[in-house]
Design a protein around this ligand. Structure first.
Ligand code: AMP
Length: 193
């Protein structure tokens, strides 16, 4: 199964993607994790991405697509995958569509985690204290939420128009939310409109 997981920064995409990976036995691809690894490794893409990420803005479509394409070429993704953090704008949604067509692996479903901004701010503050991710400081989180509202929110409509979107309440216990996501996958239309 090939799934895109949408949701604001701090909506629990990473946590839930790990759960779906375990439940469904598919690869978890987080473009944020791939970019953080590139930054840490000091690759040319990582060096270009670092400041942009720290400012809470989006890394260029070109860099992220190259990193994603490389990841999708790895054999563990061939049995299915869950994409976490991609696409983040309409141009990326189009690029993903073209890439997946080319490699003959179209999406089966898109799931969106809905979490109010107030909860997001609380959760990312806890994550900031626990993990020390520079872009989780409250000011940068506000910027990331703006970027999400302006650039990423329209991506949900893009998939709704294609009959692929399922929306899930992302507030509650981790187990509860995981069960809602699995239920949404079970009830999705067999053939997308
Ligand atoms: P995340 O871990 O998904 O919250 O991503 C952390 C940061 O990595 C984001 O704030 C962006 O700067 C960058 N990033 C991750 N995925 C993408 C993407 N698909 N397009 C552009 N930038 C991204």
């Amino acid at each position: 199964m090939r799934i895109v997981l949408l949701g604001a920064p701090g909506s629990g995409k990473g946590t839930q993607a790990a759960r779906l990976k375990a439940e469904l036995g598919i690869a978890h691809i987080s473009t944020g994790d791939l970019l953080r690894a590139a930054v840490k490794a000091g690759t040319p893409s990582g060096l270009r991405a670092k400041a942009v990420m720290e400012a809470g803005q989006l890394v260029s479509d070109e860099i992220v697509l190259a990193i994603l394409e490389e990841r999708l070429a790895q054999p563990d993704t061939h049995g299915g995958f869950i994409l976490d953090g991609y696409p983040r704008n309409l141009a990326q949604a189009d690029a993903l569509d073209r890439l997946l067509k080319r490699i003959g692996q179209p999406l089966d479903a898109v799931l969106k985690l809905n979490v109010p901004d107030a909860d997001i701010l609380k959760r990312t503050e806890i994550r900031f204290k626990a993990e020390g991710r520079a872009d989780d400081n409250p000011e940068t989180v506000r910027r990331r939420l703006e970027v999400y509202a302006q650039q990423t929110a329209p991506v949900a409509d893009y998939y709704a128009q294609r009959g692929l979107l399922g929306e899930v309440n992302g507030v509650g216990a981790i187990d509860e939310i995981a069960a809602r996501l699995l239920a949404a996958l079970d009830t999705r239309p067999a053939t997308p409109a």
